[in-house]
Design a protein. Structure first.
Ligand code: GTP
Ligand code: MG
Length: 195
């Protein structure tokens, strides 16, 4: 998709604040600092429409990006961020769970993992949550610029096996730094918008 028009329409913490356009939504999931907001920026061809940071915990609300009056990306706070209090974690968990389990326009989760490492226990739990709730998941192995191309296949295999991914769920190598995978992931997202 050639993106000309993007608008951050809502920063929501409660269902009443979600947009009501009814366009298909794709929700970003992944541990804190893995590169969810960077992924959104690269896909949209914007430098910093989704705010990024080298410090984990940057995104704290559900941020809805309306794209070409056709679909939404929903930036979601990362999991596994140790420095927030337990009550705060529970509050976030509640907000995210409420969105992911009850949102009719949600077409798929886009789960971002770091290609360099085997998925963590938190990554596995998140993926299993999507499987449990029948939410199709597109897995993105990002930061591919940080390992040589010759190792991508080996690392992809580790990600697929560690998450115990369903055969129907696709896995893409990506880099927000270098723009690797942008077209392939757009093709996947566009094919799911029409279903
Ligand atoms: P939270 O909002 O805290 O959950 O983090 P996030 O998942 O949105 O991560 P964010 O996009 O803010 O990126 C975190 C850090 O990783 C930043 O310093 C980015 O520049 C860096 N980063 C993200 N994607 C890539 C990538 O593909 N390659 C490289 N080399 N660095 C990346
Ligand atoms: Mg973020």
């Amino acid at each position: 998709m050639k993106v000309h028009n993007v608008e951050m329409v809502m920063s929501a913490v409660r269902p009443e604040q979600y947009p009501d356009d009814g366009f298909p939504e794709f929700a970003l999931a992944g541990r804190s600092n893995v590169g969810k907001s960077s992924f959104i920026n690269k896909m949209l061809g914007r430098r910093n429409i989704a705010r990024t940071s080298s410090k984990p915990g940057k995104t704290q609300t559900l941020n809805f990006y309306k794209i070409e009056e056709q679909l939404f990306f929903v930036d979601v706070p990362g999991y596994g961020y140790a420095r927030v209090s337990k009550t705060e974690k529970e509050k976030w968990g509640g907000m995210i769970e409420q969105y992911l389990t009850g949102r009719e326009p949600l077409v798929a989760a886009v789960q971002i993992v770091d290609i360099r490492h085997a998925p963590s226990a938190d990554d596995i739990n998140m993926y299993n949550f999507f499987v449990h709730y029948n939410i199709p998941t597109i897995v993105i192995a990002t930061k591919a610029d940080k390992i040589p191309k010759g190792k991508w296949d080996k690392h992809k295999k580790i990600v697929r096996e560690t998450l115990n991914m369903l055969g129907d769920d696709p896995l893409f190598v990506f880099s927000s730094e270098k723009g690797i995978g942008v077209e392939a992931v757009w093709a996947e997202i566009e094919s799911r918008m029409q279903r």
